[in-house]
Design a protein around this ligand. Sequence first.
Ligand code: ITT
Length: 190
Amino acid sequence: MRKGKKAASPAFVTSNPHKFAEAERVLKQFGVIIRHARLSCPEIRGEEPAVIAADSVRRLICKVEPPFFVEDAGLFVGALNGFPGPYSAWALGKVGLGGLLRLMEGARDRRASFRSAVALFDGKGVRVFEGEARGRIAFRARGENGFGYDPVFVPEGFRETFAEMSGARKDALSHRRKALEGMARFLLKG
Ligand code: ITT
């Protein structure tokens, strides 16, 4: 457990309770306590999580009391030229994990990465923090923990999927933790 200077309590603007729970768990370790602003913010179409998150946070200025942050994340599969990437939530809703596994049938290169970008507005300016977790797509869905694509994502150096790991183990490896850690260090410096 890391202890540091007390930072202001930022709001996480997200409609996804799983993302909020992960962020709360990670940031608590840095002494950063967050509030949940349960809003969904329309996202621009784009490839880069950092660009999408920065745009979303800018559109919330004047609507949410600073400091606040948003996070954009997605699963980028090499053999599918980065799909579903920015369409991760949409693709999961449309075809589910089964649909992704069918697209990957016969694919020998199963490399993929989760990418996260956290965009913070601290009342003065916008800062973006990024994180990536590399791994591969499993041959079948395994595990009950986590959310989204966790049952089909095997992080580099492991055999288990994120969904077969404890929350603490996922946090140690995850794209979201890496991006949030960048934000926590920035907040604690300020
Ligand atoms: P908000 O935009 O309201 O925060 P969202 O669920 O739409 O919620 P994203 O656009 O960032 O959030 O996430 C896109 C999808 O990518 C998400 O719904 C999951 O299906 C998937 N995803 C993101 N991070 C994940 C993770 O850590 N584990 C598994 N799937 C993840």
